[in-house]
Design a protein around this ligand. Structure first.
Ligand code: FAD
Length: 583
């Protein structure tokens, strides 16, 4: 392939949308393409895979930076490609730099408490290598998520109350950004306490420079000889699901206890043979061809509830809330039980799902955080409302992946480390009590149903002040200034998902929106129908009971439930065939 002479000395591979169409198709693919390729261009001019002869070789990256500077282009940085909205991609004018295979250093200090690691690891590889050494760190859930993005924002998971986030354990970062002394973009180590470190951790991934290596302070299994856990799965049943949520609200006072309730719709694949006979979608084709036996083609499951409930320091069978959790049903499929000690590194592995993506479908995702106390959620019948919403989605053949977790409490490491790192990182919402994600995946024909379902959730959940962290506005302004300082050529703002790029609403406008939302919320609480929610949900559960039992064969009803109303907004659907075509 003929490339601009600027890349003559480039040691790695380069894929262009003008040539190598087949390879380019795979190289430009990433998680968000299933849902965002119709509304934004995610077809970079070049996808560059830099190669390094050793972990101190940055020549290929410097060539890419010089080319971008000379031609006034932007660079989107990608490692695992798992950002939900395509923030690690860019349009056809700009470059994408992929570090999935470039830096593989893995080096311990003498007593294996400090790890220096190259950025090119997936979470699966990372957690596996730590476990081999009897070490662990809190991390996220998907085996293919890359350390490159995760190290800046991640580690929200089932270990959060016990140990905080992955970002809490980063001590140094090697990053290529603008260096005032060198008057150029150069690699350097920055430490916790540096202003650039503060911006990079939680500020806005990929907007301050290219991370190549990280140092972590690592935790030891041997420091937790009494850790026990219950990791088990049972078939979805709405009444049981509600009980698991109620137990969550009852146990918020427990210290040394992490408890996450997840619900996952069935895989939608009856058997492997049938699945392969189907006319594969864009995402299925990608998974089959590139990752044979690794996509969820070969993993089949019914609609399930997944429970992670862990103690790290002490476990007492009689007083542990795990007893109550186990008693909810007799039909468990248990992976890890409390009858013996289990290393925390194994509890980390339990959390990591061995599938590339949840469903080979488009999605609308939501994450909500709340600083409400459990009592207020009990008073407002939160668990009944959630069960109702999830049950409707399941009965309507939408695919749900949702997680419900309590992060708060004075003894929670999520909270304590948030306070400790308040001035050294930029992560917000560390005072949250509850964190939930509610993701919906859908077949094309169900787009309106899926979007209405999420809108109804938004109406009920996110009506109160979305900016409860008072420092946010000040923090945001500072991040914009730091971005200009460490990227004066504006190379690392490849899309709208970057700090300081989009028009920001003035504070007055924001405040008006918040006031209106609060009013709406107060009204909702006083609404006369609100009290009868519990009754409504069990009526609905009874109606759908037969359908639920044969979940994989549930037939969608002809009409929408009443709550969706008739005045649905007709969102425009851009057909896959109308997709932005390659030049
Ligand atoms: C199925 C799934 C499950 C998930 N589960 C969890 C979870 O349990 N907990 C959790 O905390 N998060 C979770 N996430 C979110 C995920 O951790 C983040 O989206 C993370 O940023 C992905 O990192 P990546 O390298 O794979 O993504 P990418 O898309 O490659 O990058 C994400 C962001 O980081 C930037 N970036 C990537 N590499 C570099 C680099 N080397 N230098 C500078 N910037 C870089 C990109 O520009 C982009 O803005 C999940 C995501 C998915 C899709």
């Amino acid at each position: 392939m003929s490339l601009p002479p600027d890349f003559e000395k480039f040691k790695g591979e380069i894929f262009s949308h003008k040539q190598d169409r087949n390879d380019y198709y795979y190289k430009s693919y990433q998680y968000a393409k299933s849902s965002f390729r119709s509304i934004k261009d995610m077809n970079p001019k070049y996808v560059l895979y830099p190669k390094a002869t050793d972990d101190d070789d940055f020549d290929d990256i410097y060539l890419a930076l010089n080319y971008a500077k000379k031609n006034k282009l932007k660079i989107a940085i990608r490692t695992g490609g798992h950002q939900y909205t395509g923030a690690s991609s860019t349009d056809r004018n700009n470059l994408q730099l992929d570090l999935a295979d470039t830096y593989k250093k893995f080096e311990w200090n003498d007593d294996k408490t400090i790890l220096e690691i190259g950025i090119s690891y997936s979470l699966d590889e990372f957690a596996r290598k730590l476990k081999e050494a009897g070490r662990f760190l809190p991390s996220g859930q998907c085996e293919y998520v890359g350390l490159g993005g995760h190290v800046q924002t991640g580690g929200y998971g089932q270990l959060a109350r016990g140990f905080g986030l992955l970002t809490d354990y980063v001590t140094e970062i090697r990053i290529i950004s603008y260096d005032e002394t060198e008057q150029d973009y150069k690699a350097k180590w920055i430490k916790k306490g540096d202003e650039l470190f503060r911006a990079v951790i939680g500020g806005s991934p990929g907007n301050f420079g290219i991370i190549t290596h990280v140092k972590f302070m690592v935790l030891k299994d041997s420091d937790y000889p009494n850790s026990r856990g219950f990791f088990a799965v049972c078939k979805y049943d709405p009444k049981n699901f509600k009980t698991f949520l109620d137990i969550k609200l009852e146990t918020v006072g427990e210290d040394d206890f992490d408890y996450c309730v997840s619900v996952l719709s069935d895989s939608g694949i009856e058997d492997e043979e049938n699945a392969l006979d189907k006319d594969p979608s864009y995402d299925e084709t990608y998974n089959q061809q590139r990752y044979t036996n690794k996509g969820n083609k070969n993993v089949i499951w019914p609609t399930i509830i997944i429970i992670h409930a862990y103690h790290y320091r002490n476990y007492d069978e009689q007083t542990s809330p795990i007893k109550k959790i186990k008693d909810v049903t007799t039909e468990w499929n248990i992976v890890t039980d409390t009858n013996e000690h289990v290393e925390v590194s194994q509890l980390v592995r339990n959390w990591i799902m061995l599938i590339r993506r949840e469903f080979q479908l488009q999605y609308i995702k939501r994450g909500y955080v709340s600083n409400w106390e459990a009592g207020k959620l009990i008073d407002t019948e939160w668990s009944a409302w959630v069960t109702n919403r999830i049950n409707i989605a399941i009965c309507k053949k939408l695919k749900v992946s949702a997680q419900f977790k309590y992060f708060g409490g004075e003894e929670s490491e999520f909270y304590k480390k948030g306070e400790e790192n308040k001035d050294t990182t930029s992560l917000s919402w560390r005072k949250m009590n509850f964190g939930i994600t509610i993701d919906i995946f859908f077949e094309k024909d169900n787009f309106h149903l899926a979007s209405e379902w999420q809108r109804e959730n938004d109406k009920c959940i996110s009506v109160i002040n979305p900016i409860f962290s008072d420092e946010d506005i000040h923090k945001y302004k500072e991040l914009c200034e730091l971005r200009n300082k460490y990227d004066p050529d504006k190379i690392f703002i490849p899309n709208d998902f970057c700090v300081g790029v989009k028009y920001e609403a003035p504070i007055k406008v924001l405040k008006d929106i918040l006031d209106k939302n609060s009013e709406k919320f107060e009204h909702m609480l006083k609404h006369e129908d609100f009290d009868s929610l519990e009754e409504q949900i069990f009526k609905l559960v009874a109606e759908n009971d037969t359908l639920r039992r044969e979940n994989t064969e549930v037939k969608a009803e002809n009409s929408l439930p009443e709550e969706f109303g008739d005045d649905r907004v007709e969102d425009e659907w851009v057909d896959e065939d109308d997709d932005v075509s390659l030049c």
